[in-house]
Design a protein around this ligand. Structure first.
Ligand SMILES: Cc1ncc(COP(=O)(O)O)c(C=O)c1O
Length: 368
């Protein structure tokens, strides 16, 4: 049997008519960039996230970049973040000439260890950029408390966490700006690149909207240097269709995760921990074991596709050598990068496939 890490064709099969109709409507309108389809989607997401503003952009990466720009992050500023995330989190900080300051993770959730943040704050620190990794929120109250005490901005990287809830609050709505990605593999994925920022601050919202169109308002009058960060109408129309299904898909992911956890209990693997105050949307279901590489190879031989998010902690990436980190500086993140493995978890996976994966993980350990 072959089990893919993700099969988006199955999702499309279920919503084909609606998606095709939505795409054709955009083509008929010949309005392709920003415009009414994007505005309608932005209203839908603002409602969904219970936030005042939602601003569609070209990708999750550009959402982060624009959020940092709108918060005034510039050359030499320090931004505290996690080293255990997709590159874009720290890449966006560095692209502005600012310095990513990495704080190690809590090994039970893989999110930034909030107890280690205060000790790296200094005069240059301007913001904290936590990531809600795999679909579970970082401990936002603790982050907001330390940020408030030091006058720092908080930008949430909620690229993997749309629909996740922290103490009753939707992911991406607790800090100054929340950043989302609609990369096709995300829980809410477009048919190309896309992203969005949420905020409850009117001034920030206005600034973000200006920055996403090269810093101009009105058109061709540039008070700021912005970027081309616009969202396409076709993506917005597709995402509007998919948004209606998102909660159902997230519930299903939760059920699949619970089934994995129930049936992998007792094996020498660390299972995902859900903090009692969090609703996890399981963008990824990630287990961890020192035997990760051998297990991944064995599963591959059985036709099971798994993935490593992420194999290299960002403080050890070649491009960040200039920051001066060395191996051993952030041990939990380094350990996680050697041990984590994401199993297939998507709403359309079949019971047979799920049992096949579980059976072979069990086989792997019984052969030891
Ligand atoms: C945690 C995280 N941050 C940022 C991004 C960047 O998003 P995008 O690929 O839409 O630019 C991603 C996803 O790719 C992500 O997983």
């Amino acid at each position: 049997m072959k089990v893919s890490a993700l099969d988006l064709k199955r999702q499309y099969d279920g919503i084909r008519e609606e998606i095709n109709k939505a795409v054709l409507e955009v083509i008929a309108s010949q309005s392709f960039v920003l415009g009414p389809f994007v505005e309608s989607f932005e209203r839908d997401v603002a409602n969904y996230c219970k936030t005042k503003h939602a601003i569609g952009v070209s990708s999750g990466t550009d959402a982060l970049l624009l959020a940092l720009m709108a918060c005034g992050i510039k050359n030499g500023d320090e931004v505290i973040t996690t080293p255990f995330t997709f590159f874009a989190t720290a890449g966006s900080i560095a692209r502005l000439g600012a310095i990513p300051v990495f704080v190690d993770i809590d090994p039970s959730t893989y999110n930034i260890d909030v107890h280690k943040i205060a000790r790296v704050i200094n005069k240059k620190t301007k913001a904290i950029l936590p990531v809600h990794l795999y679909g579970q929120c970082a401990d936002m109250n603790a982050i907001l408390e330390v940020a408030q005490a030091h006058g720092l901005k908080v930008i949430e990287d909620a690229a993997q966490a749309i629909g996740a809830v922290y103490k009753g609050n939707p992911a991406g709505t607790l800090g100054h700006i929340g950043c989302f990605s609609f990369y096709p593999t995300k829980n809410l994925g477009g048919y190309g690149d896309g992203g969005l920022m949420t905020t409850n601050d009117d001034h920030l919202a206005e600034f973000l909207k200006i920055l996403r169109v090269h810093g101009s308002k009105p058109k061709y009058y540039h008070s700021y240097i912005g970027i081309n960060g616009r969202l396409d109408a076709i993506q917005a129309a597709i995402l509007s269709v998919k948004l209606k299904y998102l909660d159902g898909w997230s519930r299903k992911r939760g059920e699949l995760a619970a089934y994995y956890s129930e049936n992998l209990k007792g094996l020498p693997v660390r299972l995902p921990k859900i903090e009692p105050y969090n609703t996890h949307i399981f963008h990824q279901y990630v287990i961890a074991t020192p035997q990760r590489d051998a297990m991944m190879k064995y599963l591959e031989q059985q036709g099971i596709e798994t993935a490593i998010y992420y194999p290299v902690s960002l403080h050890l990436q070649k491009c960040f050598e200039y920051l001066g980190y060395k191996k051993g500086d952030l041990p939990e993140s380094e350990k996680a990068s050697n041990e984590v493995l994401a199993l297939p978890v998507y709403p359309e996976i079949t019971q047979n496939e799920l049992d096949y994966v579980i059976g072979h993980i069990r086989n792997f350990f019984s052969r030891q």
